[in-house]
Design a protein around this ligand. Sequence first.
Ligand code: DOR
Ligand code: ZN
Length: 363
Amino acid sequence: MQLDLPKWFDLHTHFRQGPAVPAYIQAHIDMGCAGVLAMPNTKPPIARVTGEPDAESWTIERYLNELKANGADVFEQVIVPLYLTRNTTPAMIADGAESGLLRACKYYPPHGTTNSEHGVPMKEFLDGDILRAMEENNLVLCIHGEQHALPGEDYLAANRNAEAIFYRETMPRLLEAHPNLRIVCEHITTAEAARFVRKAPDRVGATITPQHLLYTLGHLIQGLKYHLYCLPVVKFDDDRDFLRDAATSAGQSKFFAGTDSAPHTTKATECGCAAGCFTGGCAPQLYAMAFEESRIDLSSKSGRESFERFLCLNGPAFYGFPASTERFGLERSPCKTEVLETADGNVTPLPSGLNLDLTWSLR
Ligand code: DOR
Ligand code: ZN
């Protein structure tokens, strides 16, 4: 079986900084990706729009130039969101939007994930002038939706977790306080988040990663497969069912591809594990596998259509840019992933890290 598709968009990825950047960008180009949203949790973070970088922050202007000089110039779209910190100002938002460089902002829960220590609790933004400026300038708020600073037993338990708490307690307040704000709920992992997005107005969309469609906490724990460790962590099979249903349901327009591909040259350390699954080079294959696991027949017209919507069409429509007119192909044949060698060290793609072969290949 073969699929001929428009090139797709990865609306949540991490390209980092430094000598490995060209390898990460090339891995995306190689998998038929037409454009990306590259996250700003670099070191230092991308926390201003223009001007010279300093020790505390880089700028979107500078990061875009770096990415383009390292291969991203071939993409049809490169969006770099502004990392929301205590130093973000409404003027930065308004001027940034006017310049065209600023198209989205990213909310990180403080200390909730890799390089998120500059994040500010959502309750401090609620009904404030930063989000109001974003609303007035029609920018997208990308949200890492987890309640921060919870004790371990509340962070992840059988009937509650940091994401479910955030979607239950904080998201309704955010929607009410900012009735025109466009929001992408990033890398959702739970039934609560999927239900929330489905019920929300059309200005709310969500990205879903391949790993959250394919795997559960059991897959991570069985053998402590740390290459599957990302944040928010993979959840339970009923959560996965809700995500699968959201991603694959016919005609849906709210859910789209955002891999959260997050390369780490060192995953396991002596006192913990870096969060992030690297899916550069293999994400569309993994998404095709996830659709099949969700009992979507990709050889049928309706199956192909729902896959194309999720992977190639919904993201551009939500962000307001055209889908790609270029094509790429997938084929249902097994293939192995290889470790990516970069100038910063090797990175293990998720399937290799799980000792699994892909059942789909690039054509
Ligand atoms: O698993 C993750 N890795 N989740 C994030 O939110 C950040 C990312 C990274 O940058 O490594
Ligand atoms: Zn991410």
